[in-house]
Write a new protein. Structure first.
Length: 168
């Protein structure tokens, strides 16, 4: 298996990208594809990240957990470890509520899940929608059409950066 550095962009922390960084909430699908060269989304995700070096990926523990589990199952344990090492080098920023904020974060994830009860329950998706709402973000790196339904805190649709780009 190829080394992660050959597949994924290098360090992407806010410090290395600078003040012009644009934050994108990262869902599990594109992150999984990035570390699975057999996934048909691998190349589009890699190309988008390379074309947008200013992007700062922000994600959640449920997303990281899902990506690691799926990589270990579908690709290899080494791929899951490569993903974590990429995150450690700044490939993504983990938004983790502190212990005092966890009850409110869980309450919001539950509200989102109940509000969109027609969709299959997905903790990762709900955590991404909550993260976008808490930070006032609209841009999501996703391949999941469920995000066409989710809305930001002002009721505006979230934007799929792979499909819709940065504008708006």
């Amino acid at each position: 298996m190829a080394k992660t550095d050959a597949r994924a962009p290098g360090r992407r922390s806010a410090a290395s990208v600078g003040t012009a960084a644009r934050t994108v909430v990262a869902d599990s699908g594109p992150l999984l594809a990035l570390f699975n060269t057999a996934d048909h989304w691998h190349t589009p995700v890699l190309q988008w990240l390379q074309a947008n070096p200013q992007a700062r990926l922000l994600t959640t523990w449920p997303v990281v957990t899902e990506v690691c589990a799926m990589l270990a199952r579908r690709v290899s344990n080494a791929a899951a470890l490569d993903f974590l090492r990429w995150g450690q080098r700044g490939g993504f920023t983990l938004d983790a509520p502190g212990a005092e904020a966890l009850p409110e974060a869980l309450a919001q994830v539950l509200l989102i899940s109940e509000r969109f009860h027609d969709l299959p329950f997905d903790l990762s998706d709900a955590s991404v929608a909550d993260l976008a709402a808490r930070h006032g973000l609209r841009h999501v790196l996703t391949i999941d059409s469920d995000f066409d339904v989710y809305r930001d805190a002002r009721g505006k649709a979230l934007r799929h950066v792979l499909r819709d780009g940065w504008a708006g």
